[in-house]
Design a protein around this ligand. Structure first.
Ligand code: C2O
Ligand code: CU
Length: 582
């Protein structure tokens, strides 16, 4: 194992990734943020200096942070935000995980201002789940993109009378796209230095693509023209038995790895579109005017293998998140391939709802849950005519100057056990409601917990749990049919395979799972990672409107914890400063 050290300065900077200028936040002036590539077992140290005008914090999406809750990066939950002028060192070990992840700001909607980047964890065996050894390994970072400043959009979306979340103006692939400035007459727009994303792919070889939906709101469906064999190998960091798909659907927060062959048209210089379409029906009210830009496209260019007289092949083994374009702005040739993206049947369900993905190696789920929590999920107009996100009757609002983890540790030290009274039995309403509308599930020891999400409105919600992976035991439309109907008996024989009455040992495990409109989702996890973990919808407008709750785990083992000095120090900034940008 190695120590991977990164020094990041967060700055405010105007950018025009697709031509249209807007105020952005960047890491070391880069967008997307720097590629982090580590091996399983490595220690990651990121020194973050905040030179921007707003407070911030960085979350490592999908990394479990086992034993390092203080490094989870969630303002108001695990830390005070990093004030302007302040700094903080994230320091954690990446153990027991591999695959495709990303990082993003977890303060307000700063991820929409550009604070995102890919994080890949390599494993010595990673290519062995593939029967086709691949010669290149690349990240395809997908983002919806808003032309208005994110802060203003957030203020508007949380204002009284506002019922619709803002709709993105376009999409980016690896931070790139190119608009027609004539279509944006009221914006500052310049595409003279703007390229469409492109990637060179050695012809006649296999390639791995790691798709990441790092956007805030939109669902993406991705396909490559004329390449209909995409073999899925990884779902949110879980290696799976390879499974063929023609297109990949990702909710915000989800990742999939595929391999495919550049086996079309002989060994010719040929170009194809990779298309990433935002599925508007999953996030936009159909009554809203179509904003006309729902697709981002990347040029995938075949190049000759080395030794055959063509250009050198692309860099191997995932060291290129940026496309390695060889074209100049004026001469960027456009593919003429025809759209293969025809299947919209899946719409806003996870791909895992249509097909069964089998984790390799098997990751057995415990047969019986100790608790089963039922949540009614919706967006609704709450107090002060504000549209809020609700789980049962609770809408989450974090207190940025008093992170839950600090209050918990201080509370336990002073004998205040208000957190530990919750979760004593499996009934619905014993989750604690705190005065500031927090819904907290708490567990004394390592326990197995089921979460039943019941969606009572038409919108879809991709739910993401920090700290512990989720087994997906079931998803469907309508009302949760009950354990019996699913052959799952919480107090009885447990997780049964209907066919032969044996324990289902290997359901898919991932970290971001869809709750479809008017549907249900049943999730199971082992609450073994001590600390406070956010569970929330990963559509930023819903999350900021309070669609989330906190899970407090292993209270018993938190009694000896103290808040590190560096974390205490973050909280010394004034409340106004800490909540800036949120
Ligand atoms: Cu990707 Cu709570 O976040
Ligand atoms: Cu949502």
């Amino acid at each position: 194992p190695q120590v991977r050290m990164y020094n990041w300065t967060i700055v405010d900077k105007d950018g025009n990734p697709d031509g249209v200028y807007k105020p952005m936040m960047m890491i070391n002036g880069q967008f997307p943020g720097p590629m982090m590539e580590v091996n399983e077992g490595d220690t990651v140290i990121v020194n973050v200096k905040n030179s921007a005008k707003n407070a911030t914090g960085i979350h490592w999406h999908g990394l479990l942070q086992n034993g390092t809750n203080f490094m989870d990066g969630v303002g108001g939950v695990t830390q005070c935000p990093i004030a302007p002028g302040g700094s903080f060192q994230y320091n954690f070990t990446v153990a027991g995980q591999q695959g495709t992840y990303y990082y993003h700001a977890h303060q307000g909607v700063q991820m929409l201002s550009g604070l995102v980047g890919p994080l890949v964890i390599h494993n010595v065996n990673e290519s062995k789940t593939s029967t086709d050894p691949y010669s290149t390994d690349r990240v395809i970072l997908l983002q919806d993109w808003y032309h208005d400043p994110a802060e203003g959009l957030l203020r508007d979306s949380l204002s009284p009378g506002n019922e619709n979340s803002p709709i993105p103006n376009g999409a980016l692939i690896n931070g790139m796209n190119k608009v027609d400035c004539a279509q944006h007459p009221n914006r500052t727009c310049d595409t003279s230095q703007t390229l469409l994303p492109s990637m060179d792919m050695m012809a006649g070889a296999y390639h791995r693509l790691r798709f990441i939906n790092a956007g805030g709101f939109a669902w993406f469906q991705v396909a490559i023209d004329d390449h209909l064999r995409l073999l899925v190998h990884e779902v949110d960091g879980t290696p799976v038995k390879q499974f063929q798909e023609a297109d990949i659907t990702l909710s915000p927060g989800q990742r999939y790895s595929v391999t495919f062959a550049t086996d079309q048209a002989g060994f010719d210089f040929t170009e194809y579109w990779l298309r990433a379409r935002m599925i508007e029906g999953c996030f936009a009210d159909p009554k809203l005017p179509d904003n006309g830009v729902s697709e981002a496209k990347m040029i995938m260019r075949y190049v000759m293998p080395a030794g055959m007289g063509g250009p050198e092949p692309s860099p191997a083994a995932g060291n290129s998140t940026r496309s390695n374009s060889t074209a100049t702005v004026s001469s960027q040739a456009l593919p003429t391939s025809t759209n293969s993206l025809v299947d919209y049947a899946m719409q806003c369900k996870d791909m895992t709802a249509r097909n069964k993905y089998t984790p390799v190696p098997a990751l057995p789920a415990p047969a019986i849950a100790d608790h089963s929590w039922y949540f009614r999920v919706n967006m609704a107009i709450g107090d002060w005519r504000l549209e809020r996100g609700f789980m049962n009757q609770s809408s989450f609002r974090s207190d940025l100057k008093q992170p839950t983890l600090h209050r918990l540790i201080d509370g336990l030290a002073s004998g205040n056990d208000s957190f530990s009274v919750a979760g004593k039995d499996a009934a619905i309403m014993d989750a604690a409601f705190h005065p500031d509308h927090e819904l907290v599930l708490s567990h004394d020891r390592i326990e197995t917990v089921d979460i039943i999400l019941q969606n009572v409105d038409e919108g879809n919600h991709p739910f993401h749990l920090h700290g512990m992976p989720l087994w997906v035991l079931g998803q469907g439309h309508g009302y949760f049919p009950g354990y019996e109907a699913l052959n799952l008996k919480p107090g009885g024989k447990g997780l049964l395979d209907p066919a032969n009455n044996t324990v289902v040992a290997n359901p898919l495990r991932r970290d971001t799972v869809t709750l479809e409109g008017f549907g249900w989702t049943l999730l199971r996890f082992v609450a073994d990672n001590p600390g406070v973990w956010l569970f929330h919808c990963h559509m930023v407008w819903h999350a900021e409107a309070g669609m989330g709750l906190q899970v407090v785990t292993r209270l018993r083992d938190l009694r000896g914890w103290t808040v590190p000095d560096a974390n205490r120090k973050l909280c010394e900034a004034s409340p106004e400063v800490l909540s800036s940008g949120a």
